[in-house]
Write a protein of this length. Structure first.
Length: 293
């Protein structure tokens, strides 16, 4: 048997070794401090734990110049710095453990972001990457370009702002106040209780299947997309609905009326219960269906 290893195999092995560099680092951190993370490509996975430490396990791409991992007062920074300006070969996978009560500020390009068991405020931004997170008691501010956003919650009342360009937004189990917007993407808000909800799309459907609290307000606008509403629990609100080119199907209350003999639009105005809340809906091209659970 030949003891010689083919040159092609040696080159392949050498390339594989050079492709990624695995590192693990730990630093002490504040129990309720901030963790700032930036990764140009790859993935970012953050999980909360009971230790007052931040731990990073990283598989670094061959184009990475440096992993910046440092503490500055109440903040821990985890940044990937690429070699030169090309960004080639910089795809890196980060697995990060943080104190449960930390707040997060994460940005990425071509990297998916996921967080879990983190109870502080979260500000997440991604370009060409999906975002998947779970919220507890602190506010959320999430933005994505060319990526889907999936949010889950424990039902606590908080403020949520989420927007996407060319991506769907799926929100389940949040409560409080929410502002959602999308360009070329569907919006879904389900299984929560809201005092205020705003949903706007340019090209995409809107689904709201949740409870609108007493004196709550729901504002919906869409240019090209259908609207599907299903209200949970008791409902007390004044309804002001208008479509320019679309039907209105109402499972409770009165039927809609034509806005004009010469135009396809329809409108629906009525009061449910004491009318303490407000529901305002405007669609340009799209049908609306509204029911109660």
């Amino acid at each position: 048997m030949s003891r010689y290893i083919p040159i092609a195999l040696l080159l392949s092995l050498a390339s594989a070794v050079a492709t990624a560099d695995e590192v693990r680092r730990v630093v002490d951190a504040s129990s309720d401090g901030r963790v700032a993370i930036s990764n140009p490509a790859g993935s970012i996975e953050v999980k909360g734990w009971s230790r007052d430490q931040v731990e990073v396990t990283a598989e670094l791409g061959r184009g990475v110049d440096e992993l910046i991992f440092e503490r500055d007062g109440n903040e821990v920074k985890v940044f990937i710095r690429a070699k030169g300006h090309s960004g080639r070969g910089t795809s890196s996978d980060l697995q990060i453990r943080v104190p449960q009560n930390s707040s997060l500020k994460i940005s990425s390009v071509s990297a998916d972001i996921s967080t879990n068991d983190v109870r502080g405020a979260q500000r997440l931004q991604s370009v060409s990457g999906d975002i998947d997170t779970f919220a507890f008691d602190a506010d959320l501010d999430i933005e994505s370009v060319s990526g889907d956003i999936s949010l889950g919650g424990s039902g606590s009342a908080l403020r949520t702002k989420v927007g996407s360009v060319s991506g769907d937004i799926d929100v389940v189990g949040l409560s409080g106040e929410i502002e959602t917007s999308s360009v070329s993407g569907d919006l879904v808000v389900a299984d929560g209780e809201y005092s205020r909800a705003s949903m706007n799309t340019t090209n995409g459907d809107i689904v709201f299947r949740a409870r609108l609290l007493e004196k709550g307000r729901l504002d919906i606008e869409t240019i090209n997309g259908d609207v599907d509403l299903e209200f949970d629990g008791e409902l007390s609100a004044r309804f002001d609905i208008e479509t320019f080119n679309g039907d209105i199907r109402n499972c409770f209350g009165p039927e809609s009326q034509r806005t004009s003999r010469y135009a396809p639009g329809r409108e629906l105005n009525f009061t449910e219960g004491s009318g303490s809340g407000r529901v305002s809906i405007r669609t340009l091209n799209g049908d609306l269906q509204m029911c109660r659970d």
